[in-house]
Design a protein around this ligand. Structure first.
Ligand code: KG4
Ligand code: ZN
Length: 348
C-alpha cells in the first residue's frame, strides 16, 4: 500500500507518503502562518494562492523523499472538507489530476477523521483497532468536538461548540491582547508565570444544544472573548506587563477548563479504553498537563500525538485514508470530488 495524501483545507500545504500503517516515508508541511500574520488571521484568497504555488514542489519533493517512483503509488488521498472552499479545491484538483494520470484510486478524507488518526501515527501509540472504543476530544482552530470512536468509520458525536472553536477563542483572545497570530502559541508564551485564577472568565456552559446533543457535553466560547474585551476596557493595564501574564493565563485556563469539565462528564458516562486529544490546540503544555490529571483521576489512559502531528498535516490524512483502501472503487471509477466546506463529522 503506497499512499500519497494531500492536505490543503486551511493554511498548511502538506503532502505525505505512507507505505504501511506506520511507515511514513515523507510528511512535508509548508505553513503559511507568516503570510497571514499581517492580517491577524487566515485570508482565504491568500491561502488558496499559496497552495497553488507550493503544492507542485511539495508533491515532487515528497515522492523523491519517499524513495518511490510515481508509478509505485497505489492510491491518492485528499481532504475534501471541512475547510475553506477555495483552499480545499486546490488539493482536490491536484489529487484528481494525479489519480487520473497515474490510474490509481482516489480517496476523499474528512479532515476531522484525519485528526483522529493523528493519535496513532507515533510508534509508541497503540494500533487504532486496539484502542477501541475511545473518547476523542478534537480541538483545533475550526473545531471543538467530543467524539466516541466505536470502530473505524463509526464516530458518535457527543458534544461540540455552538459558536467559536477552542483554537479560535485563543486566536481572538490573542488579538484583543495585542499578541499576534496564531493565538494559541503566543498566549501560551504570554501566560508563563501568570496566575490562572487571577481573573475569573466564564466557562461557556450552553443550556441548550441543537441536533440532539446534550448541553452538558457542549461548549460555547463566544462569551469568553466578550468577557475579555470588557475586562480590558475596564482595566487597560491587564494587557500590559506585569498583569499580562495573569490575564493570558486566566483566559487560557477558561478555554481549557471548559474542555476538561465536559471531557470529565463524557468519561463518567462512556466506558472507553482510551481518552485521546488531537488537533492544533492539543500541543499546549498546560492543556496536556490538565488532560493527564483528568485521565489519571478517571483511570483511563491518555493518548496524545507528537506536536508535529497535532497541527494540520497530510500524514494524518494518509492514515485515515488507509482504512478506505480495501473498499475503494478502482481507478476506472474515479469519483468526482467536490469541496465540502461544512462537511459534518460524527453522527449525533
Ligand atoms: O489543527 P490546526 O492546525 O488547524 C485546524 O484544523 O484548525 O489548529 C490550529 C489551531 C489554532 O487556533 C492555533 O492557535 C492552535 O491550533 N494552536 C495552539 C498552539 N499551537 C497552535 N493552541 C494552544 N497552544 C498552542 N501551543
Ligand atoms: Zn485541523
Amino acid at each position: 500500500m503506497n499512499l500519497l495524501a494531500i492536505e490543503t483545507s486551511c493554511d498548511e500545504t502538506s503532502v505525505a507518503v505512507l507505505t504501511a500503517p506506520r511507515q511514513l516515508r515523507a510528511n512535508l508541511v509548508f505553513t503559511q502562518i507568516a503570510k497571514h500574520r499581517p492580517y491577524g488571521g487566515v485570508v482565504p484568497e491568500i491561502a488558496s494562492r499559496c497552495h497553488v504555488e507550493e503544492l507542485p514542489g511539495l508533491l515532487r519533493q515528497a515522492v523523491a523523499e519517499s524513495g518511490l517512483g510515481w508509478g509505485d503509488l497505489d492510491a491518492v488521498a485528499v481532504t475534501h472538507g471541512p475547510g475553506l472552499a477555495s483552499a480545499l479545491l486546490v488539493g482536490l484538483s491536484a489529487a484528481q489530476a494525479l489519480a487520473l494520470r497515474l490510474a490509481v484510486p482516489l480517496l476523499a478524507v474528512n479532515h476531522l477523521e484525519g485528526h483522529l488518526y493523528s493519535l496513532f501515527l507515533d510508534e509508541a501509540a497503540p494500533a487504532f483497532n486496539d484502542a477501541l472504543p475511545f473518547l476523542a476530544l478534537i480541538v483545533s482552530g475550526g473545531h471543538t468536538q467530543l467524539v466516541r470512536v466505536e470502530a473505524p468509520g463509526v464516530y458518535r458525536l457527543l458534544g461540540q461548540t455552538l459558536d467559536d472553536a477552542a483554537g479560535e477563542a485563543l486566536d481572538k483572545g490573542a488579538k484583543l491582547l495585542g499578541l499576534g497570530y496564531p493565538g494559541g502559541p503566543v498566549i501560551e508564551r504570554a501566560a508563563q508565570g501568570g496566575d490562572p485564577q487571577s481573573v475569573k472568565f466564564p466557562r461557556g456552559q450552553p443550556t441548550g444544544c441543537a441536533g440532539g446533543l446534550e448541553p452538558a457535553l457542549c461548549f460555547s466560547y463566544s462569551g469568553l472573548k466578550t468577557a475579555l474585551l470588557y475586562h480590558l476596557k475596564a482595566q487597560p493595564a491587564a494587557a500590559q506587563s506585569p498583569e499580562l501574564a495573569h490575564t493570558a493565563a486566566s483566559y487560557q485556563e477558561a478555554v481549557f477548563e471548559a474542555l476538561i469539565e465536559r471531557s470529565a462528564r463524557a468519561l463518567e458516562r462512556e466506558r472507553v479504553k482510551f481518552f485521546g486529544c488531537c488537533g492544533g490546540v492539543s500541543i499546549n503544555k498546560r492543556l496536556r498537563a490538565k488532560l493527564a490529571e483528568l485521565a489519571a483521576q478517571v483511570g483511563v489512559p491518555l493518548l496524545l500525538a507528537p506536536p508535529k502531528f497535532c497541527t494540520d498535516n497530510a500524514a494524518m490524512i494518509a492514515a485515515a485514508a488507509a482504512r478506505q483502501l480495501p473498499l475503494a472503487p478502482g481507478a476506472e471509477k474515479l469519483p468526482r470530488l467536490d469541496a465540502h466546506p461544512e462537511l459534518p463529522f460524527g453522527e449525533a
